[in-house]
Design a protein around this ligand. Sequence first.
Ligand code: SF4
Length: 701
Amino acid sequence: MSKSNTTTCCYCGVGCGIVVNKDAQNNITVAGDENHPVNRGLLCSKGMNLHYTVNDKSDRLLYPQMRYNKNMPLQRVSWDTALERTAAVFKALIDKHGPDSVAFYASGQCLTEEYYIVNKLIKGFIGSNNIDTNSRLCMSSAVVGYKMSLGEDSVPISYDDIELADCIFVAGANPAWCHPILWRRVEAAKAKNPDLKIIVSDPRRTQTCALADLHLQINPGTDITLHHAIANCLITDGQTDSSFIHQHTNGFEIYQENVLNTSIAEAAAICGITENDIRTAASFIGHAKGFLTMWTMGLNQSVVGTNKNLSLINLNLITGHIGKPGSGPFSLTGQPNAMGGREVGGLSNLLPAHRNLTSEADRNEVETFWKIPLGTIDAKPGLTATEMFDELNSGKLKAIWILCTNPLISLPDVRTAEAGLKKARFVVVQDISNKVETLKYADVVLPAAAWAEKEGTMTNAGRYISHLSKVVDAPEEALPDAEIICRFAKKMGYPGFDFSNPSEIYLEHAALTAGTNIDISGLNYEILKEKRAVQWPYPQNAPPAGTARLFTDFKFHTADKKANIHSFSDENLSERLSPERPLILTTGRIRDQWHTRSKTGKVTKLNQHLSETFLEINPADATARNINDGDLIEVASARGEVRVKAKYSSDIKVGVVFMPMHWGLINNYDLHRVNNLTNNLVDPVSKEPDFKYSAVEVSLY
Ligand code: SF4
């Protein structure tokens, strides 16, 4: 007899509902949940193959392991031994070097309950803000963009706005591959309404462009110039919403002066597109009754990522397209629970429920709730993702606890990060896989439960919170991540971690949101299981499906309730090209792999799509270097090199090359790893790395 459970896909930020069936041998099968409001039964290739990743236990970490010094091999120990030793080392380091000598590096794939517990542990009890996640690498520019424009990190739209829009501007994103089920909805909307205009800006002609009415194949790093030029056209042609601007925004006059400073001809030359392209985009937007902007890493992963975000959100503000059906700025979250992590304050500069770390009143509210002395939470932001590895290198950071992520593939300038990990006094790795590169440097290894082996919640790109069921037991001694952290906190002697199940953690998190703009105090697991997914806020007595759209009264979360239109230069501050390194390297995802391949890499069907990494290069750039399609080539930057095959493509702009982000070490050979090449520049505000622009040269190997 099989048992059926509803859950949520653990890959991208779309957050599709899944029904899991289990047989008598504990093997599972998956199918799309037809009752789920997000995907209505559909799944993409990654989601529909999730059962293979659960049924195949051959690569799983099964027992805690430990070593007493770096020269010893890891050996199996009990949970108590592993956690007691970790607690002893953490206590000794904190006593000698202070709480900022330790750090937790987590993941946008952690469940909300896990995020909540880690955040509470380090900010409330250890007394440091050194908690950051790989969401820093993907969404932090969008967080800052929303906060600066709208007063808070709030995605204002509903997925249902897709069908209500008549113009969608996709900037620096390839949702056809990276958010496939959401894109199916756009395709269906376009099929139903051929007048729906779709604009895509991207230096590569991706699968997403197949649906576009207009592809703006801009030069990398010129997004702000493009957005300013579109604004210039809208203002000049009288297609802004003057009444909305006047009543509900600040900053328009300076912005207008700024964007009118550059002519459309100049902007077109900088962007590498035609004037007509810019005017056509502006005309589509100007005539739209519903206008959605969608974006992801092309804007976020930039040394000017905050300004790229603001420049796009400005287009929604000057046209009054926010808080209305079919309209709004919609950042496509890369990871499944980057949003949930932000809700619990799971970054080094945040507090739970979008409270401000710098506000004493906000800190005191959290301290009172956690029953800790006022003044415990440090006002100073902790180390961000890249800063943690810098400070391991400098020796200031002594210990790092890495959970649910593989920084030795995903961090920029990864060899420098690896050098930092090598220098670390103490490394804890909490993971599901016995293949992650970080294990080489681990002093303690903690085996974690995987998807379908633990219960919790996640929040997707549209503020939809959904529940994940535990369907099967974790193998051998692997434990859910939240339980591991709670056990450790108790070994440290901290109160406040005595939860008997994840539902209790969720209720504590929900109670802490009461009275805030993201109030979910009316939610619990029973409601989530019944509704499948609801959008926050969901206070007591909320409408059954939550809050579809924010800012419908045009009152924003700023002090004067007006949205802010920001002005700034369009200069790109990325690494400079040179005669030695004249090509721009951009990195990204492919359709059937996820992150560092610890799950998707073990599914044969998914590996068949693109079975090995490659460098996509325009034939003009390749032939100028005597490189044929399929040749083994070396790509070199100022940081390092990789050796991969050349893949000809006329879909990529001349002067630009692309490599997938997914591949790491294979048998200790690191020359497939694109982050050997990327640079360590970050946006000064969001601290998000500049993955989309590194200076490289390519030669035949
Ligand atoms: Fe999972 Fe995203 Fe695919 Fe949906 S679109 S099945 S959430 S990977």
